[in-house]
Ligand binder design. Structure first.
Ligand code: ATP
Ligand code: MG
Length: 402
């Protein structure tokens, strides 16, 4: 099994912990994904050693979350999260325990974990320690909380979104009582930091089973508790393919005509800009009616965006978003038009503001911007060659110069 190698690489860390008298296990997502033969992200190790004890055993450590028991051990160039067995104190704010206690026993550690499929431990000989029938739930493809779902969601409402996220990634079904408790506790999402919510939403949207899960978000009334989304009608939106967050935001903005307020989601400016760019492109694409206009489109919005829109055709269709005709908007023509663009940006134009003003003996003014844009479009659409003299002639006859 190919996946085994990633654990084998981490074995020396486990071995050193054990040689010093501590228990150590692999745990969490890596064990789940290993059992499911899925690609593994990162290997987490859980141990009876305290953070100080972990630090004393390894040369290169980073105290990433020492107060919660997590130390990163850097081993042969890779990072491993090593976390002390712990149990959580009281949850007072529906999002994190007021304190954590380090313990010496594995059971107490896995008992605090969110879902049975995430609570399986595996020792250095690849023997599974499965206190909550996690393997059975993996077989049956069920997402079920460890312990009473209502209590677990009361403690930490992020688990509601995590459960839906795992459903989207794995294609599992959420156990009936778990789903019921999600519904009951959904309002507690309001207590969570929006950053953490958005990380889960992003992973959910990427999941290969997003189409089934997305409807649950409305069914659970989750949008009502999230900034921005609560202001729009999310029930009108269908998601039938995995998406990036900016693609999703573009679709929401387009469909709901609500293009402001995204700042509240606390994502990066680049991501919001990418979403807005896509909305503009989406609107412009609807005007495409010729190869010439497609050249202008690819020039203005970029090859990448053209390809992105093309890849999203199916989702536009289910959301009744008008699309250009496939006769001109298809992969082959986009490719061809892009390869044969006369210029790819303004600086390649054989004229600039200065030379144009000199040639026309005119002063700067708003006309200049219009003239340059008009020349740029004429060149891109091959109405004139990209040569100074022709451009000047074009401007003379096509732009009103004061
Ligand atoms: P991924 O493949 O996305 O990393 P994962 O299951 O490893 O999935 P992480 O967020 O990396 O998820 O968390 C690691 C483990 O920690 C989980 O598998 C689970 O056992 C536990 N865990 C994480 N977040 C919570 C939480 N909010 N409540 C309870 N247990 C949690
Ligand atoms: Mg993980």
């Amino acid at each position: 099994m190919n996946n085994k190698i990633i654990f084998l690489d981490a074995l020396p860390i486990m071995q050193r912990l054990m040689d010093n008298g501590y228990d150590a296990y692999f745990v969490g997502g890596a064990v789940r994904d290993y059992i499911m033969h899925r690609p593994i992200n990162d290997v987490d190790i859980t141990t009876s050693a305290t953070p100080n004890e972990i630090e004393s055993l390894f040369d290169h450590t980073i105290p990433v979350g020492k107060e919660h028991g997590t130390i990163n051990v850097v081993w042969q160039g890779s990072n491993y999260e090593v976390t002390t067995f712990r149990t959580d104190g009281a949850y007072l704010d529906h999002r994190r325990p007021s304190e954590v206690f380090f313990v010496r026993d594995l059971y107490r550690d896995v008992e605090r974990r969110d879902f049975t499929i995430n609570a399986i431990a595996m020792d250095h000989q690849f023997q599974l320690v499965d206190y909550f029938e996690g393997q059975q739930d993996i077989q049956a493809q069920i997402i079920r909380t460890v312990g009473h779902p209502k209590d677990r969601f009361d403690e930490d409402a992020l688990r509601i979104l995590r459960g839906l996220r795992f459903q989207s990634q794995l294609g599992f079904t959420i156990a009936r009582d778990t789903y019921h408790a999600m519904k009951e506790n959904v309002a507690d999402i309001e207590y969570l930091a929006i950053e953490r919510i958005m990380i889960e939403l992003e992973k959910l949207l990427h999941g290969s089973h997003v189409s089934q899960v997305f409807a649950s978000l409305s069914d659970l009334n989750i949008w009502h508790y999230l900034p921005y989304f609560r202001e729009v009608d999310m029930r009108a939106i269908r998601i039938n393919i995995p998406l990036t967050l900016s693609q999703f935001l573009a679709i929401v903005m387009y469909c709901t005509h609500h293009e402001t307020g995204l700042k509240q989601l606390k994502r990066s400016n680049d991501e919001i800009k990418a979403a807005q760019h896509l909305v503009h492109a989406l609107k412009a694409a609807q005007q495409l009616d010729s190869k010439r206009s497609l050249a202008q489109f690819v020039y203005d919005f970029g090859y990448h965006t053209a390809r992105e829109l093309l890849a999203l055709q199916d989702i536009f269709e289910v959301n009744n978003i008008t699309q250009p005709t496939p006769i001109i908007f298809n992969l082959q023509i986009i490719e061809e038009v892009f390869q044969s663009l006369v210029i790819t940006n303004r600086t390649q134009l054989d004229i600039n503001g200065k030379t144009l003003m000199t040639a026309l003996a005119s002063k700067p003014g708003p006309w200049l911007k219009t003239a340059l844009r008009s020349a740029e479009c004429a060149v891109v659409q091959r109405k004139i060659p990209n040569r100074e003299q022709e451009i000047i002639e074009w401007v003379k006859t096509n732009v009103k110069i004061p």
